[in-house]
Design a protein around this ligand. Structure first.
Ligand code: NAD
Length: 740
């Protein structure tokens, strides 16, 4: 069989997300709900979603809509029917009855349920029908969350399930993990337990919400929303429902019950409409005082809001070992939370899955953790763990491990997929020359550089690693959420606040030198971006000879927003891409004006489809749905470029003053319309100077070095202004732009 046509029933949060993602994979899909108006609204929601659920908004009408009365015939042509209606068994049973009466023979039917066991869902199905029925549990938002849990029943046609798994991997890009029919499957069972333990321990140890989130967050390799922030994001009321369902389903002996007890303060929040971001507020809220927006946090003891405090635990890096060894309340909290998560997760093996490392992968793909519980245990060290922990009665996994003390218990990673992922390959690689900002892995015929800083922000060390690694073909790739959010602004600001502009200049020069090196070294360089690929991150990518890009990227040159201009060759490379167009060959002002518009506004693209028209990506760059496949695709590029020769240098003929005057006219109009203010004008003029080629004319030829020099000079003159520094400081403190 082949999946060529899908019907999704239920057009709520999940159904619409699944339909949108099938549309991303160019699979014809029909979205049905009780009424056509409901699915129509769902389609509007998809269109307006932020971050966007669609790779290409213009494809929105490829999602057909309808209702389950008049349009149920569409089910007859579907190869896969996904049920995503409300979590009510009576409604689901009715729908299955209708689907199985209408589906074509052999079509797959699956449910997106998060809590109803497959045994119960398939109660009323015949043995023949059960062959084609399973659970496909997607995570929200479907485009962005990597995890798909598939639950089989004992009658399944295994060939079909394996085909579905493969389809979801390759076409939808999901990490598809097959798991047992147990409450919450893998991700939610462990993820919700982890949230509950993080919350209850914070109450017990009298930590503030900001303190708890600063530990159960970045230092543990967990997204920075932490626990309380995540509660607000999901909805405090929804979390209460999730807990009720776990309490109902799990046996009393399950340790989940210990952390799922109703907390009076949480109950009160829900009752008074403080349900999180969608409600009046939650553990955090934005409050307006004196016309100013202030972030406030809830005091867990008094239930009152106070201006939120930034907690600095002096640890930017994910470092679990050091974290649990701290001699303070943060260390105590971290150990208590981590040890209990490890203990709970391991107690579930083999009940929820026989492969313990699938739990780690589920946490990575479904909750964006950097490490799952078993990898945390591996990092802590088996002996070290047991020297502090003895509460593991009836936990077979820990009992065994305590006996054999096998420090190498972990073995392979990512067993759920046949793809040769970075995660698998890294485990067996030799690490050479790593530093604080990047690791270099060496293989027989190629190197890998993986950035390792927060959001993979770049500094001198990142450049150093890249430069060192070009002695072989190089793949720049990583497992964390972002390829790179750009140059580390705090790093440059630290120098600026000391007045040490020499060091900034040295860094930018080294950045340029490294980018040039990436482009022209004897061996091919491949970037495999996913997530944020901004500013300096984009400049690293754009100087690579080849690109294999994940379809979930946010890409662009955003420097002007912080009062700077791209100076790692971003202006140069964008000019070089636009100069090669048909239009530019006829009109020498075409390329500089186009690039001025793109960089001036700091435009970003949220998918390769949006990136290509701006030339942030090229048609020949590979676009890959499954992030896990980036390494395989990159290696294929290497294999087919064995006789690689570095490109020849680009020469530029730019119009100079003629086009610069036009750019300044554009700026003046923006200024008069109050779209930009004084400093915006200054930044714009510097950009105009670089993109026009500076003091040149159309008959002169400029080299890449000339353009690097223009970029550097403009960058440095802007960096030295108070206004740019204010912009940077503001963005660092608030994450938002300052308009000055
Ligand atoms: P939702 O409430 O957003 O949407 C449910 C949709 O089903 C509504 O549009 C409703 O009109 C429609 N519906 C109800 N009865 C119907 C019927 N008889 N025929 C056709 N449509 C009908 O719900 P949701 O959050 O999208 O959840 C859907 C399923 O996915 C549930 O089983 C839920 O447990 C599961 N799930 C939800 C999430 C999540 O984060 N929301 C995550 C994973 C799984």
């Amino acid at each position: 069989m082949k999946i060529k046509n899908v019907v999704v029933i239920g057009s709520g949060t999940m159904g619409s997300g699944i339909a949108a993602h099938l549309c991303n994979a160019n699979i014809p899909v029909t979205l049905l709900d009780l009424k056509t108006e409901i699915s129509e609204k769902a389609r509007d929601r998809i269109y307006k979603s932020k971050p966007p659920l669609l790779l290409d908004k213009s494809k929105i009408n490829n999602i057909n809509i309808g209702n389950i009365k008049d349009d149920f015939d569409t089910v007859k042509d579907a190869d896969w029917i996904v049920e995503a209606v409300v979590e009510r068994i009576d409604i689901k049973h009715d729908i299955y009855d209708k689907i199985f009466k209408n589906r074509k023979k052999g079509a797959i039917v699956s449910s997106n349920t998060s809590s109803i066991p497959i045994k119960v869902l398939s109660q009323k199905l015949t043995e023949e029908e059960k062959k084609d029925f399973c659970i496909t549990h997607f995570f929200n938002p479907v485009r962005y969350m990597g995890l798909l849990e598939i639950v089989k029943n004992e009658n399944n046609d295994l060939e079909k399930i394996n085909y579905l798994k493969k389809f979801c991997e390759t076409e939808l890009g999901k990490g598809a993990i097959i798991c047992n029919d147990t409450p919450g499957f893998l991700g939610n069972r462990v993820g919700v337990y982890a949230m509950q333990i993080a919350m209850t321990e914070a109450f017990k140890m009298k930590l503030s919400v900001e303190e708890a989130d600063s530990i159960f967050g970045r230092p543990m390799g967990i997204p920075k929303t932490g626990v309380f922030g995540l509660y607000d994001l999901i909805g405090i009321d929804l979390m209460a429902d999730v807990l009720k369902s776990f309490i109902k389903e799990l046996p009393e002996s399950d340790k989940f019950h210990l952390v799922a007890k109703e907390i009076p303060l949480v109950k009160k929040l829900i009752e008074t409409g403080y349900t999180g971001r969608k409600g009046k507020g939650g553990f955090y809220r934005i409050n307006k005082t004196d016309g100013k927006k202030v972030m406030e946090a809830l005091n867990l003891e008094t239930g009152e809001y106070f201006p939120s405090k930034k907690i600095n635990i002096n640890s930017e890096k994910i470092d679990i070992k050091n974290l649990i060894n701290r001699n303070d309340k943060y260390g105590e909290y971290a150990w208590s939370v981590i040890s209990k998560i490890i203990s709970y997760a391991s107690s579930l093996v083999p009940g929820i899955t026989k492969e313990f490392n699938d739990i780690d992968e589920a946490m990575r793909l479904g909750f964006n953790w950097t490490k799952g519980p078993f990898e945390m245990l591996e990092e802590i060290g088996v002996s070290n763990f047991f020297s502090k922990f003895d509460d593991f009665k009836d936990n077979k996994f820990l009992e065994n491990l305590e006996k054999n003390k096998n420090e190498k218990f972990y073995g392979e990673r990512q067993k759920y997929t046949d793809i040769e992922t970075l995660g698998k390959v890294k485990k067996n690689a030799i690490k050479i020359d790593g530093n604080d900002s990047a690791e270099i892995y060496r293989f027989k015929d190629y190197n890998i550089v993986e950035f390792t800083t927060k959001a993979n922000a770049l500094d001198y060390n990142s450049m150093d690693a890249l430069k060192k690694a070009t002695d072989k073909p190089l793949i720049i790739i990583n497992e964390s959420m972002q390829f790179s959010a750009g140059v580390n602004l705090s790093y440059t600001m630290d120098f600026a606040s000391k007045g040490d502009f020499k060091s900034i200049e040295k860094f930018i020069r080294y950045f340029q030198e490294t980018c040039k090196h990436l482009k022209y070294s004897d061996h091919p360089v491949i970037s495999a971006p996913s997530g944020l690929t901004l500013g300096g991150g984009f400049e690293v990518m754009v100087h690579s000879n080849f690109v294999a890009s994940h379809t979930n990227i946010v890409i662009g040159l955003v420097e002007t927003i912080v009062g700077l201009i791209p100076a790692g060759g971003g202006c140069k490379e964008m000019l070089s891409r636009w100069i090669n167009t048909k239009e530019a060959k006829q009109d020498p002002e075409y390329a500089p004006l186009k690039v001025f518009d793109i960089i001036g506004y700091g435009k970003t693209a949220t998918s390769p489809v949006e990136a290509e028209p701006m030339k942030y990506l090229r048609p020949e760059d590979k676009k890959v749905m499954n992030r896990n496949s980036l390494l395989e695709v990159s290696k294929k590029i290497l294999d087919s470029n064995k006789d690689f020769k570095a490109p020849s240098e680009t020469k530029f003929k730019l119009p100079g003053k003629a086009v610069k005057d036009k750019m300044i006219k554009i700026l003046e109009k923006l200024y008069n319309d109050k779209m930009i203010l004084d400093h915006g004008m200054i930044v714009g003029k510097e950009l105009a100077n670089v993109l026009s080629g500076g003091d040149t004319n159309i008959n002169k030829t400029l080299s890449e070095e000339n353009l690097f020099k223009l970029e550097l000079d403009s960058f440095m003159s802007l960096m030295e202004t108070k206004e740019t520094q204010n912009r940077i400081k503001h963005t660092l403190a608030t994450g938002k732009p300052l308009i000055n």
